[in-house]
Design a protein around this ligand. Structure first.
Ligand SMILES: Nc1ncnc2c1ncn2[C@@H]1O[C@H](COP(=O)(O)OP(=O)(O)O)[C@@H](O)[C@H]1O
Ligand SMILES: Nc1ccn([C@H]2C[C@H](O)[C@@H](COP(=O)(O)OP(=O)(O)O)O2)c(=O)n1
Length: 226
């Protein structure tokens, strides 16, 4: 399954559908790079919060959008993210950032900056890359070789997310998740959406291993058809 041209895979979908786990495993298995674009939006949000920018004020966010330097590692075995040289992999997952990331990532200046970064990273991946997010197939990499859109019921997604957080309340997790999906899907600039040519995979009743195998097969089929 050798391929001289880099293969570009876009994996989109709402929270808790398995994008990160699937993308990392597929990239590792196929020797591709990996990019978590949600981590980049979380990183810029973390910087805004840390620097006292009012995240409810789109103008304040827009004028600060160019300031932080965000660097993403692309090794699926050890994903890394720094802001101005500082490792923020832990802090970007905190509740305060999670509750503000939709507002920050809705600002067009933020999206333009992060999208440019994403395209540069994807363009320099030697063997290819798996990029996961919300608008990769529709906006960031519309010419991707393979586009996958993962879905799952809100119940399944909430159960998966609560499983990660000790003492998490299932109902509250579900509510927060549904609210963030609604915000991400309804923003004007580059909302969460399935590309017309994306393959939709409902992961509600699939194990993570089954989803990984499904995506690996789809990539191999694409490569074989080139
Ligand atoms: N098909 C699946 N079945 C059960 N659990 C899953 C499945 N896919 C992912 N998970 C688990 O659900 C959680 C959220 O998955 P993640 O990959 O972070 O989703 P996303 O990136 O879409 O938010 C993780 O703990 C992961 O191990
Ligand atoms: N391509 C992307 C990726 C993420 N975002 C925004 C919207 C999401 O709610 C946040 C966080 O994304 P992330 O993938 O880390 O979220 P979860 O892992 O699903 O909790 O970033 C985006 O606007 N566009």
């Amino acid at each position: 399954m050798e391929s001289a041209t880099p293969v570009i895979v876009a994996i989109d979908g709402p929270s808790g559908t398995g994008k990160s786990s699937t993308s990392k495993a597929v990239a590792a298995q196929l020797g591709l790079s990996y990019l978590d674009t949600g981590a980049q939006y979380r990183a810029i949000t973390w910087w805004m919060v840390t620097n006292g920018i009012d995240t409810a004020d789109p103008f304040a966010i827009a004028s600060a959008a160019g300031k932080p330097e965000i660097v993403s590692g692309t090794d699926p075995e050890k994903p890394a993210i720094t802001v101005d040289g500082l490792d923020v992999a832990g802090p970007i997952r905190e509740q305060d950032v999670t509750s503000k990331v939709s507002a920050v990532s809705a600002v067009p200046e933020v999206r333009a900056r992060i999208t440019e970064l994403q395209r540069a990273i994807a363009g320099s991946a030697v063997t290819g890359i798996v990029v996961e997010g919300r608008d990769i197939g529709t906006t960031v990499l519309p010419d991707a070789d393979l586009k996958v859109f993962l879905t799952a019921s809100p119940e399944a997604r909430a159960a998966r997310r609560s499983g990660e957080l000790e003492g998490a309340d299932l109902h509250a997790t579900r509510e927060a998740l549904v609210k963030r999906d609604a915000a991400d899907s309804s923003r004007k600039t580059s909302p969460l959406a399935k590309a017309d040519d994306a393959v939709e995979v409902d992961t509600t009743d699939l194990t993570l291993q089954q989803v990984i195998e499904c995506v690996v097969t789809l990539v191999e089929e694409k490569r074989a058809g080139r």
